[in-house]
Design a protein around this ligand. Structure first.
Ligand code: NAD
Length: 247
């Protein structure tokens, strides 16, 4: 129970990777604040599922782009559990299309949620973490932020931006014992990859030395490590979780 007594906020955790991360951190002993957008039809069910397993979990719905929503998410953590020890900036969207067809709104929506949202959540969480001189922030970037990806000018830029945010946060708050790292998942098994034609899957797999797609648990396990004291000499790093795709 390496996270016993810690409180973790995971943004966008109603489903997908965020849900797996929340389950992992809860299994390690953390008390969980699940965040997702107001219209999420999954986050309450995820919370109920966690409680059934005997985990401590609470829902704080809100948009990561909205400072008021984020403030109330932080308040929920403090009122329910007394602290904010771990923040996982996981909420993210895609609006894929060729750059010349990409409208300003497609650009702004992705940058606002994936990058500005992480900035707003980090700023709010760091204020609480500073009081306790303890914090672990993990930003969910992507291999697209490291090497670019056709059709993802907005998404790649947001995920590359997250890496800059990670390194700056790490430098500014290391002296307060607030560590900040990023993970860069590659192709992770999800509804999105399930529907890919076999030929496309084979093409992807040719470039992955480990010869398989990742699983949400592959990502959650690394985040569990970064959230724990086992990684207390690691900050400002980007850990690739991609089967060797980028090296
Ligand atoms: N799935 C992959 O292969 C993969 C690979 C690399 C990186 N990632 C990153 O991992 C993260 C999770 O991806 P996923 O595949 O689980 O996606 P997903 O779409 O299944 O989950 C994202 C969650 O974020 C929530 N969300 C969206 N906008 C939000 C907002 N403004 N405020 C709060 N919550 C919001 C959604 O409602 C959803 O529950 C994303 O940041 C994504 O970019 C995913």
């Amino acid at each position: 129970m390496k996270l016993e007594g810690r409180t973790a906020i995971i943004t966008g955790s109603g489903r997908g990777l965020g849900k797996s991360i929340a389950m992992k951190l809860a299994k390690m002993g953390a008390r969980i604040v699940l965040n997702d957008i107001a219209s999420s039809d999954t986050v309450d069910a995820t919370c109920a599922e966690m409680k059934e397993k005997g985990y401590s979990a609470v829902v704080a719905k809100g948009d990561v782009r909205d400072e008021n929503d984020v403030e109330s998410m932080i308040k929920t953590a403090i009122n329910e559990y007394g602290s904010v020890d771990i923040l996982v900036n996981n909420a993210g969207i895609t609006r894929d299309m060729p750059l010349i067809k990409m409208g300003e709104k497609d650009w702004d929506d992705v940058l606002d949620i994936n990058l500005k949202g992480a900035f707003i959540c980090t700023k709010a969480a760091v204020k609480e973490m500073m009081k306790k001189r303890y914090g672990r922030i993990i930003n969910v970037s992507s291999v697209a932020g490291l090497m670019g990806n056709r059709g993802q000018a907005n998404y790649s830029a947001s995920k590359a931006g997250l890496i800059g945010l990670t390194k700056t946060t790490a430098k500014e708050y290391a002296s307060r014992n607030i560590l900040c790292n990023a993970v860069a998942p590659g192709v992770i098994e999800s509804k999105m990859t399930d529907v890919l034609p076999e030929k496309v899957k084979e093409k992807y797999l040719e470039n992955i030395p480990l010869g398989r797609f990742g699983t949400p648990d592959d990502v959650a396990d690394v985040i569990g490590f970064l959230a724990s004291d086992d990684s207390d000499y690691i900050t400002g790093q980007v850990i690739h979780i991609d089967g060797g795709l980028v090296m």
